[in-house]
Ligand binder design. Sequence first.
Ligand SMILES: [Zn+2]
Length: 334
Amino acid sequence: MYLKSPVPYPCAFFLAHGWETTDLNSSHAFAAIYSTSTMIRILGTIFAGLLGLAFGSFLNVCLSRWPAGESIVLPRSHCRQCGRTLAWWENIPLVSWLALRGRCRTCRAWIGWRYPLVEFSVGVLWALVGWRLFEPFQYADIPTQFAIGQQSIGLLPATAAMIFLWILVGIAVLDAEHLWIADAVTFPGIALGLAFPVLFVSFLRTPLRLQSAFWIQFGERVGAILAAAGLILLIRWVYWLIRRREGIGLGDAKLMALLAAWLGLPGALLAFGLGVVLGSLAAIVLLVVPSARRGSESWALSKLPLGTFLCIGGIVSSLWGQPILAAYYRWAGF
Ligand SMILES: [Zn+2]
């Protein structure tokens, strides 16, 4: 019956028959459906990855042109050194950079590591989301789960996750290259993080009894945003009291608010912890390896892009936050 159906529906089959079936015919059917869903999963992952490469390429255009005050749409892609308009095959994400070995075809100007790195990162991250989206036998339980790191996610949460990861890669590069966390990214990002769960609830026509639970969660999320930003402001104030110098930027406070809007307070705090550890490791490398230090700047004065490390922490937290936090709670005895 399931095999004759034009679109095999693994979830229904699983619910009807379970994993353990002694019936030879249905176990054959089970294997056929399982392999179909595995194939869909692999194709879906590849498609999400390719889409990620394209959006990574677009992000590169934004990251090059926006800080320079140029239009993102016009003119067409060109070499930033000699100004030559690129041929179509020089615009293929990752492949073009590899084929050109990172240099302009005419003026031999170095294109830079950022282009392939951003394209690769967004491609891999989106592929990871795709891999989870097309997980076989997933149970959709969306109204009550609006953090994005869950084991099984639906199409709308997956889209949200992709946008969130895309924003984080963008902020990470912007802060690394310009020590700048733009309000024009963080404020809409916070609004989006809050708007997506509202979208889920309205799209899914959630029953009323779940809606009140949702709005309580929503209120908690707003509280989490304030707490996360407040934590950074507190650290900033304490640092100023001790050193009489700005230690942590206001942009970092807005970034923490953004992380809390999407991940909740535990997820944002995990991202913060990971970011601080990564930042400290980078600082130690700067301290130990003299050639890594630039000029005569005292290392305590040299600025590390904390936002970049917070974004990396946020990416890890959004994809693997649930198991990490669960392990931590078990260890701490909650
Ligand atoms: Zn050139």
